[in-house]
Design a protein around this ligand. Sequence first.
Ligand code: PXP
Length: 251
Amino acid sequence: MVNLRLGVNIDHVATIRNARGGEHPDPVRAAEMAAAAGADGITAHLREDRRHIRDHDIERLMGEMSLPLNLEMAATEEMLAIALRHRPHAVCIVPERREEVTTEGGLDAAGQHNHLKPFVSRLADAGIRVSLFINADRVQLKAAVSLGAPVVELHTGAYAHAGDAKDAAKIDAEFQRLANGAREGFALGLEVHAGHGLTFDNVTPVAALREIRELNIGHFLIGEAIFDGLPATIRRMRDLMDQARAPKREA
Ligand code: PXP
């Protein structure tokens, strides 16, 4: 059985810290706790406006943390220079609009082919594993292949929002889209990840998709940690993912 990795996104530890402008709570401490609780990697999004993770956090994560870092960033020259300076294990290229609350949709890898190509190449040349955060569409999957990205992360936000709205037909349609995307991506030779809006309530069907190698989860884990603590929250998510992946027993 192929292991399903859990990447814990620590952005919102930094959001809380930044609300008071001091040092607490420390995202690096959260990263170490996540490692001890069963996370396989840490994800952090360095936004242009530095609203959560900041440059110094990336420096500390790279210097002090035991887990591999997946740096989410927009395809800009500023971010490329930062990635090449720190050389994280992976970079996930995401679309970024300054006014958005969170990353609202996938990257248009097909439409932005010429813009993205040098970013993918320069990151890959530096030995960084490049991932593209895309919607689960065939056109985008093929564009990832033609760009030479070894990894895609499928945007699970529409599936998660359908669940929040309790819209059963939409949950089903969005889930099918993810399942098809995971299958097609895998068949195209891509390593398939997924993330955005995943919770205890909606993670199981996504985790059960065998073509998916990694889930990146942040906001829910950090929010739930307020009630149950970060280690217990991560352990429970890890258990749900492992149970979803466990071989089914014959009746
Ligand atoms: N994956 C990517 C590429 C993201 O941009 C985000 C949000 O920053 C996540 C995963 C995690 O989403 P959430 O915080 O909703 O779990």
